[in-house]
Design a binder for this molecule. Structure first.
Ligand SMILES: C[C@@]1(CC(=O)O)C2=NC(=C\c3[nH]c(c(CCC(=O)O)c3CC(=O)O)Cc3[nH]c(c(CC(=O)O)c3CCC(=O)O)/C=C3\N/C(=C\2)[C@@H](CCC(=O)O)[C@]3(C)CC(=O)O)/[C@H]1CCC(=O)O
Ligand SMILES: NC(=O)c1ccc[n+]([C@@H]2O[C@H](COP(=O)([O-])OP(=O)(O)OC[C@H]3O[C@@H](n4cnc5c(N)ncnc54)[C@H](O)[C@@H]3O)[C@@H](O)[C@H]2O)c1
Length: 236
């Protein structure tokens, strides 16, 4: 019998949820809401905030004034859910937030009620961001402060050019798909791309210019992965 991975229940399904152009409703306009709004905007969501103007904190008021978010100037009403794909609730009124949660469940809308784990379809985590790189730490409700401490340790351990390297690899992968668009090339493309990531250093990946990429890609057909210096010599 082969050894298969052991199931470790009690975790979360960690995914990178694509909310680009989806409607995210944020209920409340305080400090926690400000954090949720930024995270949703960073993921290119269309954000609506429902909260009386008098309750908006400085950051949320700024995003309203800059038209980064749509603002509904009153307390939450059930009709606010009509266009929502996701709801993030961060209000200081437990009864009202339980009401928001119940309505979301009736309508099967994914929701997070800040600080109320039984009223969350998903938890937030502590996030490190560096360009296209995102690292999220979750302690699955056990210790949010520790999540933040672990996230800082991970971030300190990462090279400072990691995000830039990933950005360049993204460019190279898109170019590779132009050079070898055939769906049947999938396995060859993937093997070659993994080889580049493994054999080139982070500094090579960061320093790779458009010309270097084209030079490297000219070796794709043969399957070779020459070092960066060799690619540059050929370009001379
Ligand atoms: C990670 C982070 C993301 C974010 O919210 O953006 C986040 N909480 C953060 C901070 C934080 N929250 C709290 C403290 C005080 C110290 C402490 O209690 O540790 C601190 C520390 C601080 O403020 O520095 C209080 C707290 N939080 C929850 C409860 C209710 C409960 O536990 O029952 C209570 C009240 C407990 C009580 O009354 O005693 C619940 C949740 N908080 C979560 C996420 C989800 C689980 C995440 C996980 O387990 O990994 C979950 C389940 C639901 C959710 O809200 O999504 C963010 C750090 C971001 C960063 O700094 O990087
Ligand atoms: N998960 C976390 O990291 C975390 C951290 C701190 C606090 N919290 C929780 O998040 C909630 C909000 O915290 P905060 O510090 O942002 O509070 P806050 O007092 O700064 O903000 C509360 C906001 O809710 C608005 N509001 C109240 N009732 C409303 C309603 N019915 N409709 C629309 N808006 C309404 C208020 O006008 C205000 O803008 C609290 O329940 C708190 O326990 C979570």
């Amino acid at each position: 019998m082969p050894e298969y991975p052991k199931v470790q229940g009690g975790g979360s399904l960690i995914v990178a949820w694509q909310v680009k152009n989806k409607h995210v409703l944020v209920v409340g306009g305080g400090e926690v809401a400000a954090g949720r709004i930024l995270l949703a905007l960073n993921a290119d969501a269309r954000v609506t905030v429902v909260c009386p103007s008098s309750g908006l904190n400085g950051e949320v008021a700024y995003r309203v004034a800059e038209k980064q978010v749509t603002h509904i100037d009153r307390n939450f009403e059930p009709c606010d859910l009509d266009t929502a794909d996701m709801v993030l609730c961060a209000i200081d009124d437990p009864e009202a937030s339980t009401q928001v949660w119940k309505l979301c469940k009736e309508r099967r809308i994914a929701a997070n009620i800040a600080d109320v784990p039984p009223e969350c379809d998903f938890y937030f985590g502590s996030i490190h961001r560096d360009g296209p790189l995102q690292v999220m730490v979750s302690t699955n409700g056990n210790g949010p402060k520790l999540a933040s401490i672990v996230r800082k340790r991970i971030a300190e351990a990462l090279p400072s050019n990691m995000g830039a390297a990933i950005e360049n690899v993204g460019k190279l992968r898109r170019k590779l798909r132009e050079v070898a668009p055939d769906i049947k090339e999938g396995p060859k493309r993937m093997k070659w791309m993994s080889g580049v990531c493994e054999s080139w250093s982070l500094d090579d990946l960061v320093g790779m210019t458009e010309q270097d990429m084209d030079g490297l890609l000219s070796h794709y057909q043969s399957g070779d992965i020459p070092p960066l210096l060799e690619v540059r010599m050929k370009n001379l």
